[in-house]
Design a protein around this ligand. Structure first.
Ligand code: PEP
Length: 247
């Protein structure tokens, strides 16, 4: 049985003071969950979040990183820096980074390899646009993204990676993929991983993301191939996010 992994993606929201307020409530609300709980916070919040997550079941992640250890890359943060302060997870290739910051399949692959080499747990995002879904190329497109992201990744490393299937048209729009449609693509991704790496496909965590809320989490997360979620908007409120975690 695969565990359920539920990660919040705070995007560009909350200052360190807001983190203190959130964490004054949230740990108590999720302390008894059987599921893995991750908060992917803005860089400026990482130290506060790590401090307040000590002695709780909450893991802290970030939303991006550079693939190099150090160097002349103004404004960037390296995997070595993240590892050094105790960050455990990193989102790679979120559609907003692909759309606004020129993230490509190639940079996603470099970051994925770099995260693994620093023992950071990557959450790699893939997903189609509305146009791609409408012309019927969702599976081909997602397969290509997965194959490009996993280029050069060994069989031993595969189950350290979390894949988040996030149809772009469902992110931040309030439109959720139906549980059957979401499960169909997550299963497709798992089958692609099986073609590439064999039975380790049964161990890899595949999340769904795209307007997950407390009202739809249970239906989505109980599907056969959906192992939890990557949650944006609804992870900003401790009550709502705890309901999703405890779905
Ligand atoms: C996300 O940021 O990855 C996401 C799925 O956002 P939302 O839940 O707001 O659609």
């Amino acid at each position: 049985m695969r565990r359920k992994v539920i990660a919040g993606n705070w995007k560009m929201n909350k200052s360190p003071n807001d983190v203190k307020e959130f964490m004054s409530k949230f740990p108590e609300l999720v302390k008894d969950t059987a599921h893995d709980v991750i908060l992917c916070v803005p860089f400026i919040d990482v130290m506060t979040a790590l401090e307040l997550a000590k002695n709780t079941n909450i893991k802290i992640g970030v939303q991006n990183m550079h693939y190099k250890d150090s160097g002349a890359y103004t404004g960037e943060v390296s995997p070595q820096m993240l590892k050094d302060i105790g960050v455990q997870y990193v989102i790679i290739g979120h559609s907003e980074r692909r759309q606004y910051y020129n993230e490509t399949d190639e940079s996603v692959n470099l970051k994925l390899k770099s995260a693994l080499s620093h023992e950071l747990n990557p959450i790699v995002c893939v997903g189609e646009t509305l146009e791609q879904r409408e012309v019927g190329i969702t599976k081909d497109f997602v397969t290509m993204q997965v194959k490009n992201a996993f280029e050069g990744i060994s069989k031993e490393e595969v189950n350290k990676i979390i894949i988040a299937y996030e149809p772009i048209w469902a992110i931040g729009t309030g439109k959720t993929a139906s549980s059957n449609d979401a499960n169909e693509v997550c299963k497709w991704i798992r089958d692609e991983i099986r073609n590439m790496y064999g039975d380790v496909a049964d161990e890899i965590i595949i999340q769904y993301g795209g307007s997950v809320k407390s009202s739809n989490a249970k239906e989505l997360f109980e599907m056969s191939d959906i192992d939890g979620g990557l949650v944006g908007e609804a992870s900003l409120d401790p009550d709502e996010f705890s309901k999703i975690v405890n779905y």
